[in-house]
Design a protein around this ligand. Structure first.
Ligand code: ZN
Length: 146
């Protein structure tokens, strides 16, 4: 039952990704590629030294990649940079293991934990997050999962 709801959430966000737009003059703009699946995104992050005030993305990819990026932007908007880093670690570890790690506040992101059964899909689910980390670190190189 819960799995069905999660499936619906992923399909919905995959078809109608939220925050799917560029941000003019974003402080960080980062490209991310997952050549294994063909996922390509551009992530825009507007932030000061503390808070992510706006975050959006564009690109194309599979439903897992698009829904993960869409859910990520929803969850991160208004979040502090330090909380975002912690959430990345929790989400990453949870997606790899298939269960929410101790202390993780994943909310809707839990919908993606089922991908742990498909190791190649883990890269689809984490691409946006790896791209986020590179953006916040000011890394100018395109992120690749390879
Ligand atoms: Zn993919």
């Amino acid at each position: 039952m819960l799995q069905d709801l999660y499936q619906e959430l992923i399909v919905d966000h995959g078809k109608n990704p939220r925050n799917f737009r560029p941000i003019e003059h974003a402080r960080s703009c980062q490209h991310g590629n997952n050549p294994l699946c063909g996922d390509r995104i551009i992530l825009y992050v507007q932030h000061d030294d503390l808070i992510i005030s706006d975050i959006a993305f564009q690109g194309e990819g599979c439903a897992i990649c698009m829904s993960s990026a869409s859910l990520m932007t929803q969850v991160l908007k208004g979040m502090s940079l330090s909380d975002a880093q912690v959430l990345f670690q929790h989400f990453h570890d949870s997606v790899v293991s298939g269960v929410a790690v101790e202390g993780a506040q994943l909310g809707k992101l839990e919908a993606l934990l089922g991908v742990s059964q498909y190791p190649t899909r883990v890269k689809c689910a984490t691409l946006a997050w790896h791209t986020l980390v590179a953006a916040l670190e000011g890394n100018k190189e395109t992120v690749s999962t390879e």
